[in-house]
Every structure is written in C-alpha cells, then in structure tokens.
Design a protein around this ligand. Structure first.
Ligand code: NI
Length: 172
C-alpha cells in the first residue's frame, strides 16, 4: 500500500484517453489498492487511474465523504450505456484543486463495466453518484470538467487558475 501523487491540470496525461484493462493481475490489484488509499487520503469522491499516472481504464469511487451510505466502488473498463435528464450541479476535481463550478450533466446514468475480480457490473446512478460516475468516466476518456464549460467560462477559469497557482507558489 502507498499513497500516489495526483497529477494536476495542465498535466498532459489528464488529456489522454486510457486503455482498456486486459489483465487483472497483481500489478493492477496493487494499483487499485493504492488508488483507494490515495482517494481516501485526499478526501476525494473518486479517482481515475490517469490522475495517478496510469493510462488504464479503471476508477475508484467512494461517496462516504459526503454521504455516509456510499459503498466503495471499483470500476474496471466502465462505459455509460444510457443517460437521462439534465441537471446543473457544483463540481470539483482533485486534479484542479481549489476550484469548483457548476456543470450541466445528465441526471441519471446506467453504467456497465467489470469488478476487480472480473465480474460483470451493471450500475444505475442518480444524484451525486450519477455525477461522480460521469466525472470519473470523463477522466478515463481524457476529459476534465472544465472541458464541459463554455469556451468563455473556460477562459475565465484559466485566468483564475493561473492566479491560484501563483498564490499557492507565493505561500510556499
Ligand atoms: Ni476529477
């Protein structure tokens, strides 16, 4: 077990589409354990493999930071097979620390993937779970939530983020 470093925007690996996992070997199991530990340590709701430098299509989710009923979810090769509705909600990301904004996404999603044991998983998500599932699957496709904003709002974000980075540097 060990904590992994979380890549931050604008690291190029966050823009890369991950590759399907073909082998649930000990190396992959070890990566999953480390991702869970890293997500819990960072108090995130989810973490995708490319955020910690592995271009594998897998992510971990745990809503218990916000909702105490959330189980730990490990999703290998997840895909969204159905979406329903549309809703605006606040979103943040461990790779874009200190920034939150409202993003419009489908309200309900239906996911297929496999578990870390290789069993088929079918999952229906609404509310916060739907949001986190889409956010993590976006990561696996090389997309960040800022890519879901309008070009004008994204420009504002970039300016603000550069300022945040500068301030963080000055504090050190
Ligand atoms: Ni994220």
């Amino acid at each position: 077990m060990g904590l992994l470093e979380i890549n931050k925007f604008p690291d190029k690996i966050l823009k890369q589409k991950t590759l399907p996992v073909k082998n649930l070997d000990s190396l992959t199991q070890h990566l999953i354990d480390n991702m869970i530990e890293t997500m819990h340590f960072a108090r995130g709701l989810g973490l995708a493999a490319n955020q910690v430098g592995a271009t594998k299509r897998l992510c971990v989710i745990d809503l218990s930071v916000k909702e105490d009923k959330g189980p730990l979810i490990v999703l290998v090769n997840p895909v969204i097979v159905e979406k329903e509705g549309m809703i605006d909600a606040e979103e943040g990301c461990l790779s874009i620390p200190g920034y939150m904004t409202s993003i419009k996404r489908p309200e309900k999603v239906f996911i297929k993937g496999i578990s870390r044991e290789g069993k088929d998983i079918e999952l229906e998500g609404t509310g916060l779970l739907a949001r986190v599932l889409q956010h993590e699957i976006d990561h696996l496709d090389g997309l960040l939530f800022i890519d879901r904003m309008s070009p004008i709002r994204r420009e504002f974000f970039k300016r603000r983020y550069r300022k945040l980075l500068k301030e963080a540097k000055e504090e050190k």
